[in-house]
Design a protein around this ligand. Structure first.
Ligand code: PXG
Length: 472
């Protein structure tokens, strides 16, 4: 047989010949979904998404769905780009795979690294690649501990994260994250991880002004460092804005105070930019929005806009010098710096920059979204803490706005509301009772209007439903 055979068109396109029911049956029989109750999902049957363009998805019944979540907070550049698949194809033809372990490199990864060092602020000249955000977090954990070993501070091993923070699903990532329902499965967290409370003013701020509360919340970190002992604490890790935790935006005073505390106790500061990175807040990275300088930061998602799986740890000067002087770092993945993922990420980041997509979030579509979001949702009786930055926004479903009373069964109302969106062909995410929205960064003002008009009708329907059911 010819070594370079091609799949026949029939075999390539066979997948299009099934019906929705057939897809569902196939899926239910063999596919275990992430973060899902397999039994109940299989009874309902998953919605089959077949194609996408711009900010829209289509399902196998031909319904058009507005994707208010950019996939899973990742398709920053929007669906349906022609250039990214072309780059992938060319790279696959030229060099589909080679590793970067044993004194080899390749043009795609070298070029991507140069570009990333350019779009990041000065001082992040060194980048380590992974396939995902979770792997970026685990890489960072090992890197930080290895760094302190190299400095002769072998006791400095504890990483501090936050309750309701999300850092992925690997053993390290889910330990560092503060999702208790994840810790319950698999005996987590692993040793050497601690957590402090999240900086959510609405819940924990009581009578304080937001900035007063921001300082208080930062000092929870100081207390924890002192409790553990500064000589044992390696790093503090936080998302600039907590994404999966429900878009928790700390007061402006929070991050600068966290930074001051980290410097005072010589604790490394790590920003998890997996959601905030690559334009989501209107800046390239979330730490630029909040005005602090992490020692390292982790990225994924928007790095390739989800067109390929890739993550990266950006290493600042201090840790980079330690690593460069520290001999072998015994860590890496078969696909670290994968040529196709690197080539696609390069084309994506270049387009985010050269087409002004990130700048537009800050100057134009972000402010417009924020204004409309507040105007449209603030009036609802059971919607409160309406908030957002750039193209990441949320509100919280509450029982009583006057007393800030939440619903008893956290998540039940969020799911109810989310399902109404879904039935109306709009995807927004419920994180507990927080409704969150993070559309592709290329969304136009007209598409924002169209999306929010549907969302408003859905929230009205939600309020009517909970009244009818006697839930309020
Ligand atoms: N850090 C942060 C801040 C994240 O949001 C990860 C790390 C892990 O990335 P990977 O690529 O390993 O998934 C994430 C991922 C949700 C949801 O439902 C959020 C994420 C992933 C899946 C679902 O909000 N964030």
């Amino acid at each position: 047989m010819d070594r370079f055979f091609l799949l026949s068109p029939e075999r390539l396109f066979m997948k299009k010949h099934y019906t929705t029911e057939q897809w569902r049956a196939m899926d239910a029989a063999h596919h275990l979904h992430p973060f899902s109750d397999a039994q109940s999902l299989n009874q309902q049957g998953a919605r089959v998404i077949t194609k996408a363009q711009g900010v829209y998805l289509w399902d196998s019944d031909g319904q058009r769905i507005t994707d208010g979540m950019a996939g899973l907070w990742c398709v920053n550049i929007g669906y349906g780009r022609q250039d990214l698949p072309e780059v992938a194809k060319q790279q696959m033809l030229e060099l589909p795979y080679y590793n970067t372990f044993f004194k080899t490199t390749h043009p795609a990864v070298a070029q991507l690294s140069q570009l990333l060092a350019q779009v990041a602020p000065a001082g992040y000249e060194h980048i380590f690649y992974t396939n995902s955000g979770s792997e970026a977090i685990d890489t960072m954990i090992r890197m930080v501990r290895h760094y302190w070993d190299g400095q002769g501070k072998k006791e400095k091993k504890v990483l501090i994260g936050r309750w309701n923070g999300y850092h992925g699903s690997t053993i390290g990532g889910s330990s560092l994250g503060g999702m208790r329902y994840m810790h319950e499965q698999g005996d987590l967290p692993i040793p050497g991880i601690a957590h402090i409370e999240q900086p959510w003013w609405y819940q924990h701020g009581k009578d304080m002004k937001p900035d007063e509360f921001g300082l208080l919340a930062a000092r929870w970190l100081e207390q924890k460092i002192l409790e553990i002992g500064p000589d044992k604490v390696a790093a503090f890790v936080g998302e600039p804005i907590q994404g999966a935790g429900g878009v928790i935006i700390p007061p402006a005073s929070y991050w600068p105070e966290v930074e001051r505390i980290c410097r005072q106790y010589d604790v490394l500061l790590v920003a998890d930019e997996v959601i905030c990175g690559f334009g989501r807040t209107g800046e390239w990275f979330g730490f630029q929005h909040f005005g602090f300088t992490p020692d390292l930061f982790t990225t994924a998602k928007g790095l390739s806009s989800g067109y390929q799986p890739i993550g990266a740890v950006f290493v600042g000067e201090r840790v980079a010098q330690g690593l460069l002087a520290g001999g072998d770092f015994n860590h890496g993945f078969t696909y670290s710096g994968h040529p196709v993922a690197a080539a696609v990420a390069h084309a994506n980041v270049q387009a985010l920059r050269d087409e002004g997509i990130v700048a537009r979030v800050k100057q134009e579509v972000g402010p417009y979204m924020q204004q409309r979001w507040r105007e449209l949702f603030t009036p609802f009786a059971h919607v409160d803490d309406v908030r957002g930055v750039g193209l990441i926004q949320a509100f919280t479903l509450v029982k009583d706005k006057a007393t800030r009373q939440r619903f008893a069964d956290e998540g039940e109302m969020g799911t109810l509301c989310r399902d109404i969106f879904f039935r109306n062909n709009l995807i927004m995410r419920a994180c507990g009772d927080h409704i969150v929205c993070a559309p592709p960064l290329v969304i136009t003002k007209a598409e924002v209007d169209e999306m929010l008009a549907v969302a408003v009708r859905c929230v009205a329907k939600f309020e009517q439903t909970i009244k009818e059911r006697g839930l309020v």
